[in-house]
Ligand binder design. Structure first.
Ligand code: UDP
Length: 412
């Protein structure tokens, strides 16, 4: 297994995560490709060129190249309109593959749009296809229907099912996601593999809280709650705000929200949250902070007493893992990958309801018991150490090698 084509049509691994279309998938594609490159698998990442000023190819590090492939206008295009540009993207990738990049041994497609492209490329090139969906329409339809475009649920779910049916491997981040793929998409369980993402422990490690607060210019006193991520209804930032309001005995507590609007509802959601903060009289206690470069986030996690992850659904939840790696207890919704990442009452708490009072009760439990908080912090950092990008890359490298020796799966 020497070379891999990684498809990331709608968003570049070089983009800022935490706003717009940039999130966990960008971090996943960048970190995994980088770890694979270090393990000797040359990775060519293909993403849509969205500006004239982008070079055709960026050599990120030895063995990792990002190709900007023209498809549609050299301008940002909303994710909801990208389906029509997939064919052109495929042509662009084929051009690079048959030119300087070379035919890959396997393809790894990310998200359903790249999945469609990957499926065509698989048949054109005769190489195996591994697909990671990151989010799935049928899961989203259950938890956050308003985030799906009007015609998207059936149209997207149908495309996902088609790609799953012809993928040589479907990658899930955790057992919960693997079950969703087999149950909601009738996938062959033999072709669904759980490969957990990782965290860069060189950046995300425990540190000195007070120093972190000083470095960020945040108040030295008062408990700090932290939300990190894209702002859209699915992420449930409103639950974190209401939980702060419901937190009894901690009137000096404050909430930092790091991230920016994302998706069709993003801007409305930001306005809604600002209005909510005003209505609850929390202007002095909620800070909205711009998206931060990924490596700098460790300072925010270290500064915080509790990281709150109230998502309605989450295929994995890198933020919860990064917080844990920094020794910050996590209070998270008991959904998706968060169920795997948070050990209830050991490294944080899992909340079964969407009631902010329940979140507030668990947050107070941590704030009111410094010994419990310290123990949780130590355990969280320890347990996070099992997740590394090099482990994920090693598992994938072995999997790709097996796939290249098998007969390719054909369309059902
Ligand atoms: N992130 C970041 N800067 C920000 C906000 C978020 O680098 O200002 C990163 C964060 O560190 C995490 C990713 O964006 O790695 C979000 O991933 P997650 O799986 O939590 O959510 P997703 O975006 O996939 O829904």
């Amino acid at each position: 297994m020497r070379s891999l084509a990684v498809l990331s049509l709608h968003t570049s691994p070089l983009a800022q995560p935490g706003t717009g279309d940039g999130g966990g998938m960008n971090v996943y594609v960048r970190e995994l490709s980088s770890a694979l490159a270090r393990a000797g698998v040359a990775c060519h990442v293909y993403t849509r060129a969205w500006s004239e000023s982008l070079p055709a190819v960026v050599a990120v590090e030895p063995g990792l190249r990002v190709h900007h492939v023209p498809a549609g206008p050299l301008a940002p295009v909303p994710k909801e309109q990208l389906r029509g540009l997939v064919d052109e993207f495929v042509e662009g990738v084929l051009c690079r593959v048959k030119g300087t990049a070379g035919i890959p041994d396997a393809i790894h497609a990310n998200y359903w749009l790249s999945g469609i492209a990957g499926h065509v490329l698989k048949h054109e090139l005769g190489v195996p296809l591994a697909s990671t969906f990151h989010t799935l329409a049928r899961v989203k339809a259950e938890s956050s229907p308003e985030e799906l475009g009007a015609d998207e649920p059936t149209h997207r779910a149908h495309a996902e099912a088609h790609v799953i049916g012809c993928s040589d491997a479907v990658l899930a981040s955790c057992a919960v996601e693997a079950d969703q793929i087999t149950e909601l998409y009738d996938a062959d369980p033999e072709r669904v593999y759980v490969v957990a993402p990782g965290v860069d422990h060189a950046f995300f490690a425990p540190g000195h809280g007070p120093q972190a607060r000083r470095a960020l210019g945040l108040p030295a006193s008062g408990p700090m709650l932290l939300f990190v991520g894209r702002i859209q209804p699915l992420k449930g930032v409103d639950v974190a705000v209401h939980a702060l309001a419901a937190l009894e005995g901690h009137t000096d507590a404050f909430l930092a929200v790091v991230g920016g609007p994302s998706g069709p509802q993003g801007h409305t959601e930001v306005s809604r949250l600002r209005a909510l903060v005003r209505t609850l009289g929390l202007e002095e206690r909620v800070r909205f902070l711009a998206p931060q470069p990924h490596e700098l986030l460790s300072t925010y996690y270290r500064a915080a007493d509790v990281c709150v992850v109230p998502s309605r659904s989450e295929s994995f939840g890198l933020v919860a893992l990064e917080a844990a790696a920094c020794g910050t207890p996590v209070v998270a919704a008991a959904v998706g990958g968060l169920r795997t990442l948070v050990d209830h009452a050991e490294t944080g708490f899992l909340v079964e309801t969407r009631d902010p009072a329940d979140y507030a009760a668990y947050i107070a439990e941590i704030l009111d018991h410094p010994r419990l908080a310290r123990d949780m912090s130590t355990r969280a950092a320890q347990r996070a150490r099992r997740y590394t990008w090099s482990t994920a890359a090693g598992e994938l490298r072995r999997l790709y090698a097996t796939l290249t020796e098998r007969q390719l799966v054909d369309c059902p």
